[in-house]
Design a protein around this ligand. Structure first.
Ligand SMILES: [Zn+2]
Length: 350
């Protein structure tokens, strides 16, 4: 089954519950007419939506191999429409296209499914028009699957008419993050070596390290957006009004901020991965593990020294703290404090 074979979902309660509900509604044929899928990656959301769309029309609820499944996955199935923004705004014209599709009779058996990517990019006109469609769907046979990386950017009246599913994806750092990640990893490994060696046992060093790491990530994340000044001057030269330009500017800034936040979160997660790996190694050596099985065998001598003095309950507690911090990270503005705290606790392990 397609919905059982998704390899980019975190294995956690929320995702498991989401999948269970979707499977049940497929099996009982009790589908909603509008879904809203949210998560940190529009690419992953799109894949999920196509999997679900295939499952809704496939006779076996998503075999993955029949014509309906394979054509849906390729986005060429006649009963499927995928719409997305041209650039940074989802306009009224796109919604009109969607309305036409939804009011036509189906080409073949089954549901007409319309996937709308990045719903948060709808402008006001498009949102209002789309809202009417949701309030009064053209026929019972249409299903809308809306996708968004940012729930807060969508008209609340649209959200309230959808079955909302929030997904947690496995983090992957893209190629563009490699250099910054390498910088951060080097600095952090070096810092942890110093923190663990007794003669550097001072909080000032730890706080400075934390600040440096955050600084690198923040600066790097700011370069991830699109160059809006260039785009704006292009739009100006096409004769847009001041009001229009201002709106577009706001949209791009918001989109860039989302991209920067996402990149920053990836970076912080990478930092926590590295600290956890050190902790796991120290605990493992304390429990008798040999060098070969460690995450970072090259740090064996310092890990061994630390392991001798280790307060093991504290180490387990710290691993737990790191996982908890990860979970509330995306809702918190206190990343800096959290990282300070974790590094200070690392210093207090012996
Ligand atoms: Zn199938």
């Amino acid at each position: 089954m397609l919905l059982d074979s998704i390899d980019f979902l975190q294995k956690n309660n929320r995702n498991t519950a989401n999948l269970k509900i979707l499977r049940q509604s497929l099996e009982t044929g009790s589908l909603s007419h509008a879904y809203l899928f949210c998560g940190s990656s529009i690419e992953h959301l799109s894949k999920l939506a196509l999997f679900f769309a295939s499952s809704a029309n496939c006779e076996q609820n998503g075999c993955g191999t029949c014509n309906i499944c394979s054509n849906t996955l390729k986005e060429i199935y006649s009963n499927l429409l995928v719409i997305e923004a041209d650039g940074i705004i989802l306009t009224k014209e796109k919604v009109v296209e969607l309305q036409k599709f939804a009011s036509m009779s189906a080409h073949s058996m089954g549901k007409k499914i319309c996937i709308v990517k990045e719903v948060e990019l709808m402008n006001k006109e498009a949102s209002n028009r789309f809202l009417k469609t949701l309030e009064d769907p053209p026929d019972a046979n249409s299903i809308f699957i809306l996708l968004s990386e940012d729930l807060s950017g969508i008209l609340p009246t649209i959200v309230s008419r959808c079955s909302v599913f929030e997904w947690d994806f496995i983090y992957e750092s893209g190629d563009d993050g490699k250099i910054d990640n390498y910088l951060v990893a080097n600095k952090l490994d070096d810092g942890i070596r110093k923190i663990l060696s007794a003669n550097h046992n001072n909080p000032v060093f730890v706080l400075a390290l934390s600040m440096d790491l955050i600084d690198i990530l923040k600066k790097a994340s700011l370069t991830k957006g699109i160059d809006w000044q260039e785009l704006i001057s292009k739009i100006k030269s096409m004769g847009a009004t001041a009001g229009e330009i201002k709106k577009i500017e706001e949209k791009i800034k918001a989109k860039n901020k989302r991209k920067a936040d996402k990149y920053y979160n990836l970076g912080i997660n990478n930092v926590f991965d590295i600290i956890s790996a050190w902790l796991e190694d120290i605990i493992a050596v304390r429990l008798g593990a040999s060098r070969e099985v460690l995450n970072n065998g090259e740090n064996y001598s310092i890990i061994k020294e630390t392991a001798v003095e280790l307060k093991i309950e504290k180490a387990f507690k710290l691993l737990e703290d790191i996982e908890n911090t990860r979970n509330y990270l995306k809702y918190s503005i206190y990343t800096e404090l959290a990282l300070d705290n974790i590094l200070l606790k690392l210093q207090g392990l012996c």
